[in-house]
Write a protein that binds this ligand. Structure first.
Ligand code: CMP
Length: 224
């Protein structure tokens, strides 16, 4: 790492609360290693909005819009972060348009994710939400793999049950129940079902998940 960047780097223990929702914010953070959880209080419950990986950044909103922190940030796994003061961040964006462009692109992706999230939350039951989420995750894997995935082939989605639960706003135990039912119908397989090792789950045919979602919608509409 070059010295200019090194002077912003700091190490944090898991569980460190970097800042809390509602506080004024003077710093933004870039994750060099480790993960950071972004949480927000919804009524009595604290919800996880996102788990940010290395390469991602956060805390830019309070600096850009001058409003209090929109969420709480907590270190999830031991992390090395670049801690950048607001005025330095603004100076960097003025001097280096490629940094500003990267920030804008990330914000556009975050907005798209939030829109998908709203769409998921508007679905009527945990069944709908989990099935739609699995479909989106499988589609994202296909997009990542690009032309390497043959049409109709099985997709390995390297996500944990907790990732699904976070994304759909359904408690983990309910996601497990839905996944078990999907597994019985062989709409989803666990790696061991396919004789392979590793985390995540397998969607044998994305098209069948879509059909199942349509079936759930019909069932809902006609109470079948
Ligand atoms: P800020 O409002 O300064 O402090 C909380 C930070 O959490 C916010 O800036 C963003 O960087 C980040 N954040 C807020 N909402 C989301 C979200 N939906 N997904 C990812 N990061 C978020």
């Amino acid at each position: 790492m070059n010295d200019a960047v090194e002077r912003f780097a700091r190490d944090f223990e898991p569980g460190t609360v970097l800042f809390e929702e509602g506080e004024p914010g003077d710093y933004m953070y870039v994750i060099q290693s480790g993960e950071v959880e972004i949480r927000r209080q919804v009524g009595e419950v604290e919800r996880v909005l996102a788990i940010l990986p290395p390469g991602d950044f956060f805390g830019e909103m309070a600096i850009l819009n001058g409003r209090p922190r929109s969420a709480t940030a907590v270190v999830k796994t031991a992390a090395r972060l670049l801690v950048i003061e607001g005025k330095t961040f603004e100076a960097m964006m003025r001097a280096r348009p490629e940094i500003a462009l990267r920030i804008i692109k990330s914000l556009a992706t975050r907005l798209e994710n939030s829109n998908q999230h709203i769409e998921l939350l508007l679905l009527p039951t945990s069944n709908h939400r989990v099935v739609q989420c699995l479909r989106l995750m499988a589609d994202e894997q296909i997009a990542l793999a690009g032309a390497h995935v043959a049409h109709g082939s099985a997709i390995l989605v390297p996500k944990r049950i907790e990732d699904v639960a976070t994304r759909v706003g359904v408690p983990t135990h309910e996601v497990i129940e839905v996944m078990d039912r999907l597994r019985s119908a062989r709409l989803v397989l666990m790696p061991e079902d396919a004789g392979i090792e590793g985390d995540g789950f397998i969607v044998p045919e994305v098209g069948r998940l879509l059909e199942f979602l349509e079936f759930l919608n019909l069932k809902d509409r006609f109470g079948a």
